[in-house]
Design a protein around this ligand. Structure first.
Ligand code: NDP
Ligand code: GDP
Length: 327
């Protein structure tokens, strides 16, 4: 049997890199969309970190350029299409709301339309998000909880989510939406709170920094490990029928507690270093997210394997190694 081909948008991001590694280990041919940025070219540091950059087929491709999507789908005829590409940072979505709408919302529609035209028999995964629950309507959010987006990012993702559902119902495409709660790793972008904390803890421990400025540390998130979550994406596309799934740990923790875990790991007290700075508060906050992963457990036989404590320790240690290497 010839190997299956997967096409991944967002392959240079955290999840794209872990997913590529996961699929390569399963024997897939992996094709990645490489959106060129004129100043620095494509940034492959995450694929390098996982040791797989030479194993991925790179294609110049951008979610905003539907012709480039059609060209790549025509050329590679993928069996599975994972749409992970996005302007993914909630904070930036208030300063670049239109770009976020274009890439995160319309980008998904571009890819669905390209698939409908060129490769309708492929299976499609949309990277939806717990941010769509926003001002939560139920204490524990499941696939049936109503949405209430609280940022331009969440609104754009909600459009992409409903387009995925609509393309499934209108055109009988095999299109799944994974509603993933926050997931982190040593490959997380530095702007997100977990990595901001673990990087700062590493710098403080090594004497490279003296403080950490944060916003609302009372916010609560359901945090898991990206390495675990990409496996759930793949399992969704192996089912008999396409569906939507919540992927979460079922545990929620404050930013403060997460921060405490990171400082404790290196023998420091967060109260000696953390400064609350209004700059990092948001125009509208998502106070708490807590996912109900029972459907994923039952139908995908999936559960989160990495605890928050183990993940934060892994992230702090990786950041210490990085800063030591750069010294
Ligand atoms: P990242 O921000 O790490 O990665 C985003 C990726 O999208 C990058 O590879 C980026 O490329 C790419 N991208 C940006 N603009 C375009 C474009 N115009 N065309 C093609 N690609 C583009 O995000 P994550 O890996 O953390 O998340 C993956 C997906 O899952 C995202 O859609 C995110 O919104 C969603 N999600 C993430 C969650 C999380 O907790 N991590 C939770 C729920 C959903 P480049 O770096 O070159 O700009
Ligand atoms: P999000 O859930 O996708 O917005 O992921 P983030 O990691 O960006 O933020 C998680 C939570 O941490 C949000 O409620 C933020 O308001 C809160 N938070 C508190 N301080 C900070 C900070 O300095 N940076 C970020 N990114 N978030 C912070």
């Amino acid at each position: 049997m010839t190997a299956k081909t997967a096409f991944i948008t967002g392959i240079t991001g955290q999840d794209g890199a872990y997913l590529a590694k996961n699929l390569l280990e399963k024997g897939y041919k992996v094709v990645g969309a490489m959106p060129r940025r004129s100043s620095s070219g494509v940034n492959l540091w995450r694929l390098d970190w996982l040791g797989i950059s030479g194993q991925v087929v790179e294609e110049d491709c951008d979610l905003l350029d539907v012709a480039s999507l059609i060209r790549v789908l025509t050329k590679h005829q993928p069996d599975e299409i994972y749409n992970l590409g996005a302007q993914s940072f909630v904070g930036t979505s208030w300063s670049q709301p239109l770009l976020t709408g274009q890439v995160t919302g319309m980008g998904a529609a571009n890819l669905l339309e390209a698939m409908r035209l060129v490769r309708p028999e492929a299976r499609f995964y949309q990277a939806s998000t717990s941010e769509m629950y926003g001002l939560i309507q139920e204490p524990m959010q499941s696939e049936s909880t109503p949405f209430y987006p609280r940022s331009p990012y969440a609104a754009a993702k909600l459009y992409a989510h409903w387009m995925t559902v609509n393309y499934r119902e209108s055109f009988e495409l095999f299109a799944c939406s994974g509603i993933l709660f926050n997931h982190e790793s040593p490959l997380r972008g530095l702007e997100f709170v977990t990595r901001k904390v673990t990087d700062a803890v590493a710098q403080i421990k090594l004497g490279l920094s003296k403080e950490l400025r944060l916003g609302n540390i009372d916010a609560k998130r359901d945090w898991g490990h990206a390495r675990d979550y990409v496996e759930a994406m793949w399992r969704m596309l192996q089912q008999e029928t396409a569906d939507d799934y919540v992927v979460a740990t079922g545990r929620t923790t404050t930013v403060r507690e997460m921060c405490d875990i990171a400082f404790n790991h290196v023998g420091l007290n967060m109260d000696d270093y953390v400064i609350i700075d209004p700059e990092f508060f948001r125009p509208a906050e998502v106070d708490v997210l807590l996912g109900d992963p029972s459907k994923a457990k039952k139908q995908l036989d999936w559960h989160a394997q990495t605890s928050l404590e183990d993940m934060i320790v892994e992230m702090v240690d990786a950041d210490i190694v990085r800063h030591q290497a750069a010294k």
